[in-house]
Design a protein around this ligand. Sequence first.
Ligand code: ZN
Length: 508
Amino acid sequence: MASVTKGKAREGEKEAMVRELEEFTILADEFKSDAATREKEAMMRKLQEFGIRLIDEFESNPATGKVVAMENEVMVRKVEELTMRLVNEFRSNPATASSRPTTGLRTVPVEAQHSTTQKAYVLTTQPQDGAHCQDVECILRSAAAKQELIEYPMFPQPTALLASREDDGGQGVGEASPPYRIAPIPSKGLGMIATRAIPQGSLVAGERPLLIVPKMQRIPDSTKFTSNATVRRRRLAIFNEVEKEFRVAFARMDPANQEAYMALHNAHRDDGSGPLLGIMRTNAYRVCILEGEPYSGVFKDLSRINHSCSPNTIYHFDRASLSMLFFAARDIPAGAEITSGYCDTLQPHATRAQALKPYGIRCTCAACINPTASDANRLRISHVTDAVPAIIRWAGKPALPDGLLLRPTLAMLELIKTEGLEGDPVYVRVLYHIVLVLQVLAVTGCSDSSMLLLVTKQWATLRGCFAKPDREEQTKFMAEMESVTTAALARSVVRERAVESNLQGNIQ
Ligand SMILES: [Zn+2]
């Protein structure tokens, strides 16, 4: 390896570096399939380190930073190509292919920590659980983060789609098709279309990300600085750093995954974002892989889902299978577009339009075209608060009418449906309120239990589409159920006594 001095390499040194890279290329060409695994691993590691140093050198050096930008690109690409060839070599070689996932290539450079900024990231390919499940390329903030990811209970589970295929009446893996296809949508590019009717609460898709990265910190906002030039430079410096990190992870990805990644839409072509960062910024979902550390993930199919201000899906990240799960928030008919909300859909039109700008979206849904009524509805919906204390108070006062809370709560549920906001947590919250009110009415004999069963089932199904409640939430929920039941029983006793005294009054 030539010694590369950051930012100081002169012409001659650079020529030497280029030569060395060429030698590497020749060496890779001559790489025989029977080369010992260890040799390959060592070489792979060297190459990666070299690639990182090379990128660092070129970008940090004022001389080369500007003058030979094109040459830099060519060299960086060469390193990437070379890396890919080595990866393929490992795959195609029967001797080394079988040694994956324990000692194979992908575990080797995984631990390569590199520090292009002051931060040291860890690259890892997870979960390596077999040929049928997709591996995810991850840039994690620390080795501790990787440990936490791996040690999560039940990790790694197969992805939900695969599991459902296996359960598909003995059809076998790969027999059942997902209930969607990716297809062109007028004026939206590509999107996801339901190929069959998907009932409310059912799984639409379960997919692992192609790439997981630490969530970007806020990019400096140009309006807050007096000198735009400085801000631009700062932005570009950040973008450059991030792109460099991404490139290293990208080079480790499967060729098919690389292709899928690069095929995604990029709404950040002109703001200085590199291509990998631009695609991440356009298509990422927040993925909860670790407690308290924000990460973003890009998906082959799920990133194709377009925005709607009335989305028909609910999603959450499942840590055990390292996959994002999408469920139908309401019944989705065959042929309908599958959508999700890229912004807070309870906000008024103007706020949503602002939030959608970075995605290059000008939404033309019914709520955006004619926002007056919709904005008023959404404002009312956004004011829904926790009604459980009110329900307990009402249940405890038998003199209050039975329909006092049921009618407005059912009306709110209808309003949410009118706005198409079944994908928002507020819908599940209102369903929960209805469950509690119906429970009180069923105990006091004022409502038949079939409706209670129906709504409870619907609530439980939709609740399950969101991430599992934590211990604290579960305790709160149990306590609330108990309080409501106690109040309902007391209400029913008072009611029975009233009926009895009425009867006695009639007899006398
Ligand atoms: Zn809209």
